[in-house]
Design a protein around this ligand. Structure first.
Ligand SMILES: [Zn+2]
Length: 286
């Protein structure tokens, strides 16, 4: 069934969980992710990032995401991830997405503020929640270079500005920069936990972690208890799928490869995400 962003985050706040927010640019990823949500009956966010338009357009994969979410026994949010323009968020709503992130974090502050307000006004017409971003996070969703900017605290989100931004825009949740990076970690992340607590307190809304792949269970739990309630995750599920396909080619070189590879990838993603939710929803899944 479909639920709103706000409702999913409220579950997270009430139960001290991080709501898993998984990018599902292919059908294998989508089906595997929903299976995990159903197995544990947990609220989960399936999302499509603008940077994945080259894998599948939102008009192609989006209707499948919306339909499978509606049909599912698990409570699911269908969310636009990193919409870089007002128009991209609108495209998501047009195919039935009920939540979105508008990302103007690389724009000058005033421009980010102005467009976020317009996006929130649009979402209010439907009663949908909006996530926005303040502060710059290194790397991108497609796994492109994430070596620059690690540990550069000048890129981290400023709590005064964050408080003002949330008050002026009325966003449901705020993605902040506090030490995680998109893509594969080439060095250990340096998470500023104090900053998470301050941001949660000053903004009054749940904090979103991007670059949620590759942290230890203890790091996830600490971030969650400090105020992170939405955790974006993609890279390591994608990596697990690729490893499974590589192994398949070693084990069964004569396989009718493509379909078998898709099946192997789906199973690996399911296993990877199941392990993730054991940690994020600790005490609420078996
Ligand atoms: Zn992100």
């Amino acid at each position: 069934m479909l639920i709103g962003l706000k409702e999913a985050l409220e579950f997270g706040e009430k139960n001290n969980c991080g709501i898993a927010s998984i990018n599902t640019p292919t059908l294998e990823m989508l089906v595997a992710t929903i299976k995990v949500a159903e197995r544990h009956n947990i609220p989960l966010i399936i999302q499509h990032a603008e940077v994945h338009e080259s894998v599948n357009t939102i008009e192609n994969i989006g209707p499948a995401m919306v339909e499978l979410a509606k049909r599912s026994s698990a409570p699911l949010v269908v969310h636009v991830d990193h919409g870089e323009t007002f128009d991209y968020v609108k495209r998501g709503f047009d195919v039935g997405f009920n939540s979105a992130m508008y990302d103007g974090s690389r724009l000058p502050y005033e421009e980010n503020l102005a467009t976020t307000k317009r996006v929130v006004a649009l979402a209010n017409e439907y009663g949908y929640g909006i996530e926005a971003e303040l502060g710059v996070m290194p790397g991108r969703e497609d796994g492109a270079d994430s070596t620059t900017g690690i540990g550069d605290e000048s890129l981290y989100t400023d709590p005064d500005l964050a408080a003002e931004f949330v008050a002026q825009t009325g966003v449901t949740a705020l993605a902040c920069s506090f030490g995680t990076v998109h893509g594969l970690y080439k060095a250990d992340p340096k998470i500023n936990y104090e900053l998470i607590s301050t941001l949660r307190q000053r903004t009054g809304v749940p904090i979103v972690m991007h670059g949620g792949s590759g942290l230890s269970p203890a790091e996830y739990r600490e971030c969650i208890s400090r105020g992170v309630k939405k955790i974006n995750y993609y890279t390591y599920a994608d990596k697990a799928a690729l490893e499974a396909v590589k192994q398949l080619l070693v084990d069964k070189p004569d396989t009718y490869v493509f379909v078998a590879a898709a099946v192997a990838a789906g199973l690996a993603i399911e296993k990877n995400i199941d392990t993730l939710v054991q940690c994020l929803y600790e005490g609420h899944v078996n």
